[in-house]
Design a protein around this ligand. Sequence first.
Ligand SMILES: [Zn+2]
Ligand SMILES: [Zn+2]
Length: 135
Amino acid sequence: MSHALNLKCPHCSVSVMDPYKLINEKQSIRLFIEVAGNKGTIRMSSIYGSYDYETTMDIPEGEIVEFACPSCQKSIYSEKVCDLCNAPLVTLKIEDGGKVRFCSRKGCKNHNISYQDLQSTLNQFYKRHQYGDRV
Ligand SMILES: [Zn+2]
Ligand SMILES: [Zn+2]
């Protein structure tokens, strides 16, 4: 089972999802990119763990890509760097709380999801759905 994410800009909280362009049959994540002075657009799969994407430009392997929000145009680097390759990590907010981070270097597959308070999120989930005993 693959899980599709619904993501927002961490600055302006506007959705970065593009419902008109599907990748892996789900709405794609649309961001502005800049590589070595060239500007373009990237659309990435919203399925967590999928690396499928389409861009308007070629990105050389190993290149660090600058990502920006299409709405507020602000760069969306996080304060953290990739522990595999030291490139800046890109952070996006998840619609129902938490953050997803991925590495800005082409070819590096480092990515993760973090919730500030995973346990309370889970508790709310189980309460809401009245699952009773957790299995
Ligand atoms: Zn924004
Ligand atoms: Zn990396």
